[in-house]
Design a protein around this ligand. Structure first.
Ligand code: ZN
Length: 425
């Protein structure tokens, strides 16, 4: 977005529509079209999705180069949401516009949406930037980072994914098969010399399942000069589906992230960093981020939250259809949190061909508990996660994953860990 738009959009953030207005018209226009007319009126709300602007006005006058998405609708029925139900269960609204998992929608059945744990609603009360497209200038790559990225391998990544996510398995939090996956990750960390530890927590699984506790698996690679400071990379290894107790292969969600964690641990086990690096395989994510909430609370209760100087969470990083891109989802509550998103965008441009979008509307994965405690970090998630047809179904299989795409996301996460960890040549 150019400076002109940035200034105007900021200026209009203070303009708030009358929410009791009878009717609203919703327009779509694009920054690419240099559309001044779209932003000249005062009585409007502008929602920014990358280069797209959604302009919501009380009057129905057309805007230059704009397209009407809906006219004469009650503004109170308009919502921005993310829906984490399996695709065939997503209802209760009509989609007007969607991008990177965010949907601008008209509510058709309020009952269906209210207080649903798998639906996040973002209020439309004022102009706001929901997604920002990031394309900073490429900088000269760090040779040590480039060398580390060259150690990442498709075959080992694929082997970890295949081992964790066979088509016929589940890794549902309270199942015995979840503990099989847990033990595989622990053995991997042990083999790499990462002194693994289990951290168990109480899980709340369905009555038709075993009621085993959940376990996070933690591996540590101590830092050389600043071992008391940590950078953390995390990914949940549990999975879900409508029949999660018996079958939930979860190749994309989140075998892809867990395999990435294992691959990144493999390359870091052979290098030195100034800071300590913590590798965390979370469980219980699908039950409400139980494992990550537990770890965040334990660290807080111990008074050592601040030892985490940066973190990245990987969740769903292997599906790509039309947009070769990645979403970095974080917070701007602190300057350090905002800086992480800028840094991630810079690394993305420098070391990968991925197109990055950032958002500070966060939730729904293991980054949330740490961001809530104001730690600097973010989630990386595939741009098209909401369009993945097998999301949270028994068909989330390895054969639908794009391993080459996944490796680019792994490169980004590795570059982040190397930079934050202080990779030594
Ligand atoms: Zn997930």
């Amino acid at each position: 977005m150019n400076l002109f738009y940035r200034i105007l959009l900021t200026a209009f953030t203070v303009c708030i529509l009358n929410l009791n207005a009878q009717a609203a018209t919703v327009h779509l226009t694009s920054a690419m079209q240099g559309n001044q007319n779209a932003i000249e009126s005062e009585n409007q709300i502008i929602l920014t999705f990358g280069n797209d602007f959604i302009v919501i006005r009380e009057d129905s006058a057309p805007i230059l180069n704009g397209r009407v998405l809906a006219s004469d609708i009650p503004l109170a029925d308009l919502v921005v949401l993310r829906d984490r139900r399996p695709m065939d269960q997503r209802r209760g609204y009509r989609i007007l516009y969607s991008r990177a998992g965010f949907r601008l929608a008209l509510v058709t059945n309020p009952q269906e949406l209210s207080n649903h744990p798998e639906i996040e609603l973002f209020p439309i009360t004022e102009s706001r930037v929901i997604l920002k497209t990031m394309a900073p200038q490429r900088v000269e790559p760090d040779p040590a980072v480039t060398a580390l990225l060259a150690m990442l391998r498709t075959d080992t990544y694929t082997a970890y994914l295949t081992d964790l996510a066979p088509d016929t398995t589940t890794r549902y939090t309270c199942s015995p098969e979840n503990q099989t996956a847990r033990d595989k990750i622990r053995k991997h960390f042990t083999d790499l010399g990462l002194t693994p530890q289990f951290m168990d927590f109480k899980a709340f699984c369905g009555a038709d399942c075993d009621r085993l506790p959940g376990y996070n698996v933690i591996g540590i690679k101590p830092g050389t000069t600043r071992p008391q400071e940590y950078v953390m990379i995390g990914a949940h290894y549990d999975s879900t589906s409508p029949v999660a107790c018996s079958l939930a292969p979860g190749a994309n969600d989140n075998g892809s992230g867990a395999a990435a964690l294992m691959e990144i641990a493999r390359v870091f086990s052979g290098v030195n960093t100034e800071r300590s690096v913590a590798f965390v395989a979370f469980s219980g994510e699908e039950e409400g981020m139980l494992g990550s909430k537990h770890l965040a609370k334990v660290l807080k209760d111990m008074g050592v939250l601040e030892v985490i100087k940066g973190f990245v969470i990987l969740d769903m990083i292997s599906y790509y259809r039309n947009i070769y891109g990645i979403i970095a989802e974080g917070s701007d509550h602190t300057a350090e949190q905002a800086a992480v998103l800028d840094e991630m965008a810079q690394l993305c441009t420098t070391y990968t061909p991925l197109k990055m979008e950032i958002t500070t509307s966060y939730g729904g994965s293991d980054h949330a508990p740490f961001l809530n405690y104001r730690l600097p970090g973010c989630l990386l998630i595939e741009n098209e996660w909401a369009d993945y047809p097998y999301y949270h179904t028994i068909y989330d299989l390895i054969s639908y994953q794009d391993i080459a795409y996944s490796l680019d996301v792994v490169r980004l996460a590795t570059a982040f860990m190397a930079t934050q960890g202080g990779l030594l040549p």
